[in-house]
Design a protein around this ligand. Structure first.
Ligand SMILES: *[C@@H]1O[C@H](CO)[C@@H](O)[C@H](O)[C@H]1NC(C)=O
Ligand SMILES: *[C@@H]1O[C@H](CO)[C@@H](O)[C@H](O)[C@H]1NC(C)=O
Ligand SMILES: *[C@@H]1O[C@H](CO)[C@@H](O)[C@H](O)[C@H]1NC(C)=O
Ligand SMILES: *[C@@H]1O[C@H](CO)[C@@H](O)[C@H](O)[C@H]1NC(C)=O
Ligand SMILES: *[C@@H]1O[C@H](CO)[C@@H](O)[C@H](O)[C@H]1NC(C)=O
Ligand SMILES: *[C@@H]1O[C@H](CO)[C@@H](O)[C@H](O)[C@H]1NC(C)=O
Ligand SMILES: *[C@@H]1O[C@H](CO)[C@@H](O)[C@H](O)[C@H]1NC(C)=O
Ligand SMILES: *[C@@H]1O[C@H](CO)[C@@H](O)[C@H](O)[C@H]1NC(C)=O
Ligand SMILES: *[C@@H]1O[C@H](CO)[C@@H](O)[C@H](O)[C@H]1NC(C)=O
Ligand SMILES: *[C@@H]1O[C@H](CO)[C@@H](O)[C@H](O)[C@H]1NC(C)=O
Length: 779
């Protein structure tokens, strides 16, 4: 069901509903390029304009085509330009709107003639070997939204003219050889959302206009030659800045207080600069901060106690500075802190025990007066145990008192040591308790979500002239509405709720996009309330909703994590004979689904209603993620009933469901039981065996004590080692599909029993994490 259909008609369907907007025609065109490979449907029949045609010829002329990718840009006919014949060209009504040729080994220069492509929205030539300068004429392009020229050999300066592009959202010129200053005019692009000029040779200051941009969310100027002080970031009004990277430059002066007021900041790196002065304690108000790197500066003063309030912080690097005083005990509260470094400062006093247990001495060395972080740096025994007479006398007459005192000393030291041991034991006990509790919580699968996710920062840039609206929930992805709608898209499948696409974003990240059927969804207000609630649900085994988009004509898109292994249904039933699925993997999937379902029932108070093997998705590590939960809440009542009515046909629906027409946790557990049977037998519940449905068939065989016949043939080779596990899981599954709802267990009991049947090996539950690496991009 979730396999890729290379079907142009589906894509036409998107066209008709979407074509009202320019963005979506891009989506259409990309999809067409992927799906049909061009193949001569010049569906709009529009010939490229003469001006655009000549500009493209001029551009080709100045490029050096090492790999022959531009051979398709030939003179044969002007109709092929806009109908997919010319590699990397997308048009709309005979005007070029996108040039996308990344990773093509292109050399030479980018012609200034590019300024004649008046409707150009996206220029993507990253990861080539282009030299020369960034064309000034880009400044003429009133529709330019995205410029991606990173990883080339461009030199010269950053064109100040880019500030004239009123719609510019994304400018990435990183990793080139650009020099000169950062033009202050860039901030005149009032939509600028992401600016990446890192890894160049830029010098001069960071313009205050850029720092104060109302729209800039990601600013990366690392690895340049910038200098001067960090400007004032204060704006009146809200400032969406989430990520600020100024590392490896020559910035000097203090960390401005105004930076601590950018309350949405998640990542800040100022390392390898020449900053001095103290670090403002007000930065403790950056409650969304996940990573703070101030290493290799000359910052002095104490580490603010209030950093201990930033509960979600993961990385804190203060090494190679001049911090003095104690490590605040409040830092021990930071449960998520996984990387911590205060080495090479002037800190003193004891390291909080939790920190010294969690981090090794390489996080603390180079602070002469810091103690208690390793066996070779013990802290002096606490003061109260010193005899009061000892301190004033000792320097003058050390020998005289030596013997007398040493007897006392021994006793005191003994008492001290005893106390210390007791204290240590208490600590260990406490730690164990805390750990256990944490582990329990994790098992519970209850990921806390900070309020930031709830407030769902609307991407400022996405307001868009088309009236569309993109709202992000927490997640690893960086994209604007434009990025999303211009992404390369492939159809993955259709379900009762709508059509699912795989979209590849400019940075190579992949997301799954579900377009809901407009007629069946609730009105905007109700829809937004429900979808916001769904966006808060986070569990390793529930497919995370990362964003939604509301189009100007009522289009509704949901953006989810992309699961590379597709659906469980396909994984089980549509594989080659040589791919075996061992019992361990099947069990891991069964546990994952059960945990996800238990979380849904217990913590979200939600019933799935339509759990099937087709809406269990698998990530690259074969972890199960339940999809489509809660989607019925986005539909009108009538549509939701309709979905439920059609859901039973595949054999996953509990028998009582059709009579009462009322889903419950027990109808979900029935579906879960069917899926576990499916994992055990390798049989699809959709195909009856000997006229019986799957539970009946299994029950009939078990009755005749042909038990082993039931299992998937390929599991038979494992029966020696896991025979009991198979049998016990089978019993559990049959329990789940008991005709009487009351007799079925709850999902949480299924989780517990599965864990009893096959106790956890730690490695089985590692979750997946998206990381924002720039990867290859499929065009
Ligand atoms: C022009 O490009 C098209 C598409 O790549 C190709 O089929 C055709 O042979 C080319 N024509 C010439 C004259 O090179
Ligand atoms: C900026 O570009 C560099 C190099 O291309 C990359 O490593 C970095 O992740 C980018 N930063 C942002 C915020 O996109
Ligand atoms: C960086 O700036 C310093 C002066 O601040 C200068 O000496 C150095 O040559 C510059 N480096 C580059 C690569 O431009
Ligand atoms: C923002 O501050 C400036 C002065 O810095 C002031 O003129 C302007 O009225 C303020 N705008 C708002 C919306 O407060
Ligand atoms: C730290 O401060 C002391 C004086 O308080 C100064 O002598 C020393 O150079 C500073 N170290 C660094 C790395 O800035
Ligand atoms: C921090 O350093 C600055 C100069 O770099 C100095 O004026 C100030 O007194 C220092 N503060 C502390 C607490 O050492
Ligand atoms: C920081 O946390 C402490 C308790 O650890 C609390 O008393 C204080 O009010 C918090 N500060 C802020 C600004 O939240
Ligand atoms: C700690 O990390 C977990 C897992 O990434 C996350 O779900 C949780 O929200 C974080 N805790 C805080 C307080 O941010
Ligand atoms: C300390 O921990 C870091 C990672 O946190 C590791 O890279 C390093 O090798 C460890 N050093 C020692 C001496 O164990
Ligand atoms: C801490 O920082 C120092 C200096 O930057 C570095 O040598 C050390 O490896 C770091 N330790 C950890 C655990 O990151």
């Amino acid at each position: 069901m979730n396999q890729l259909h290379k079907n142009p008609f589906r894509i036409y369907e998107i066209c008709f509903t979407f074509c009202t907007s320019i963005f979506l025609c891009l989506l259409l065109l990309s999809a067409q390029a992927v799906a049909g490979g061009g193949g001569g449907h010049s569906w709009d029949g529009i010939v490229v304009t003469q001006g655009n045609y000549q500009a493209l010829q001029a551009i080709k002329h100045e490029l050096i085509d090492f790999t022959g990718v531009l051979r398709s840009w030939n003179d044969s006919s002007t109709t092929s330009v806009c109908s997919g014949g010319w590699a990397g060209i997308k048009c709309l009504r005979g005007q070029v709107v996108a040039i996308q040729l990344p990773w093509k080994g292109l050399g030479g220069t980018i012609s200034e003639k590019i300024g004649q492509l008046q409707n150009l929205r996206k220029l993507s030539l990253h990861d080539n070997v282009l030299a020369g300068s960034v064309p000034r004429s880009l400044g003429y392009l009133k529709n330019l939204h995205g410029v991606y020229l990173f990883n080339n050999r461009l030199s010269g300066s950053v064109p100040a003219s880019l500030g004239n592009c009123p719609l510019l959202q994304n400018l990435d010129l990183s990793n080139n050889q650009l020099s000169g200053i950062i033009p202050a005019s860039l901030a005149e692009s009032t939509r600028l959302y992401r600016l990446n000029l890192s890894f160049n040779l830029l010098s001069g200051p960071l313009p205050v206009t850029v720092a104060r941009s109302y729209t800039l969310t990601f600013l990366d100027l690392g690895h340049n030659n910038l200098s001067g002080s960090i400007p004032d970031f204060s704006v009146n009004g809200s400032h969406p800045l989430k990520k600020l990277n100024l590392d490896h430059n020559f910035f000097s002066g203090p960390v401005p207080l105004s930076l601590c007021k950018q309350s949405l900041l998640e990542e800040v790196s100022l390392s390898h600069n020449q900053l001095f002065g103290s670090f403002p304690k007000e930065c403790g108000a950056l409650l969304h901060l996940q990573s703070l790197d101030l290493s290799y500066n000359s910052i002095n003063g104490t580490i603010p106690e209030r950093i201990g309030n930033i509960s979600g912080i993961r990385q804190l690097d203060l090494s190679e500075n001049n911090f003095t005083g104690l490590i605040p005990p409040s830092l021990a509260n930071l449960a998520n802190l996984s990387s911590f470094n205060v080495s090479f400062n002037t800190l003193s006093g004891p390291v909080p025990p939790i920190l010294s247990r969690k981090f090794n001495s390489s996080s603390f060395v180079g602070n002469i007066q810091l103690c208690g972080y390793s066996s070779s740096t013990p802290c002096p025994s606490p003061k109260p145990h010193h005899p009061p007479t000892l301190s004033p006398t000792s320097p003058q007459e050390p020998r005289k008192h030596h013997r007398k005192l040493s007897v006392k000393d021994i006793i005191l030291i003994a008492i001290g040591a005893l106390l210390a041991v007791l204290l240590l034991l208490c600590c260990i006990l406490l730690c164990c308790l805390i750990k256990k509790r944490a582990a329990l919580k994790q098992k519970d699968g209850k990921d806390k979500i900070t309020e930031k996710t709830a407030t769902a920062t609307a991407a400022a840039s996405a307001g868009g002239e088309m009236g569309g609206k993109l709202v992000h929930f927490d997640g690893p992805f960086v994209f604007t509405a434009d990025d999303l709608l211009c992404a390369t898209a492939e159809i993955m499948g259709k379900s009762t709720y709508g059509t699912a696409y795989k979209a590849t974003l400019e940075d190579g990240n992949e997301v799954a996009v579900k377009r809901l059927r407009e007629k069946t969804t609730k009105g905007v207000k109700e829809f937004e309330a429900e979808v916001t609630a769904l966006g808060k649900i986070r569990h390793t085994n529930l497919l995370a909703l990362r964003a939604y988009y509301l189009g100007p004509k009522g289009e509704k898109l949901l953006v989810f994590d992309y699961m590379s292994k597709g659906s469980l249904s396909a994984f089980l039933h549509a594989r080659g004979p040589e791919t075996l699925i061992p019992w361990q993997t099947r069990m891991k999937i069964a546990k994952g689904i059960s945990r996800g379902l238990a979380h849904l029932h217990k913590n979200e108070n939600m019933i799935h209603e339509n759990l099937t093997a087709s809406n269990i998705l698998l990530d690259e590590k074969t972890n199960a993620h339940i999809a489509d939960y809660g989607l019925s809440r986005l539909m009108t009542a009538a549509a939701a009933t309709n979905v439920i009515a059609t859901a039973g046909t595949l054999g996953y629906r509990a028998p009582e469901f059709s009579k009462i027409k009322n889903a419950s946790t027990k109808t979900d557990v029935y579906s879960l039981g069917i899926i576990i049977l499916e994992l055990l037998t390798g049989k699809s519940p959709g195909e009856p065996t000997n006229g019986m449905d799957l539970p009946q068939w299994v029950a009939s065989i078990v009755k005749e004590e042909w038990t082993n016949e039931v299992f998937d043939l390929e599991l038979m080779r494992e029966t020696q080692t896991v025979g009991d596990e198979l049998l016990n899981t089978l019993k559990l599954a049959l329990h789940c599909v008991d005709p009487s709802p009351a007799a079925r267990p709850e999902a949480i009991q299924v989780v517990n029993q599965l864990e009893e049947i096959r106790p956890e090996a730690e490695t089985e539950t590692i979750g997946s994490g998206g990381d924002g690496a720039k990867e290859e991009e499929g065009i």
